[in-house]
Design a protein around this ligand. Structure first.
Ligand code: FES
Length: 147
């Protein structure tokens, strides 16, 4: 049911942990399944993501997608990180079963929430970034119709 990459990231997740005094922290959950994901970003003065860590209290697919999402944004600029959508994360993992698509949305939204926190703290605006939802379950049905 899961690709080898998903299993590999689930068994050996990258970038697990916390960053003290992170530039931005984002926490999102899904009230339906009860899973929660938190992402910490360390962003330097050139707006490059130097480090990223995550904590996920959730299913295996949520762990694998957060692990892959952190790998995809590490070392990238803020604008590049904005391109890391749940679709990009799923592709990098060689796909997810349809019932697990929402887990990858949690990863995208957690990154956006952390970027939002960073932007607020530094009083800047990140193009294309909208205020993230703290519960991605709202509006989820609409998004899943695309897959
Ligand atoms: Fe909810 Fe995976 S089942 S995040």
């Amino acid at each position: 049911m899961y690709s080898q990459k998903v299993m590999e990231h689930f068994e050996h997740p990258r970038n697990v942990g916390e960053i003290e005094n992170a530039s931005g922290v984002g926490t999102v959950g899904n009230a339906k399944c009860g899973d929660i994901m938190r992402i910490y970003l360390d962003i330097d003065e050139n707006q490059i993501i130097q480090d990223v860590k995550f904590k996920t209290f959730g299913c295996g697919a949520a762990v694998a997608t957060s692990s892959m999402a952190t790998e995809l944004v590490k070392g990238k600029s803020i604008q590049e990180a904005m391109q890391v959508t749940n679709k990009a994360v799923m592709e990098a993992l060689d796909g997810l079963p349809p019932v697990k698509v929402h887990c990858s949305l949690l990863a995208e939204e957690a990154i956006h929430a952390a970027l939002w926190d960073y932007a607020n703290k530094h009083d800047i605006k990140i193009e294309g970034l909208e205020k993230p939802k703290s519960d991605i379950h709202e509006g989820e049905e609409d998004e899943e119709e695309d897959y």
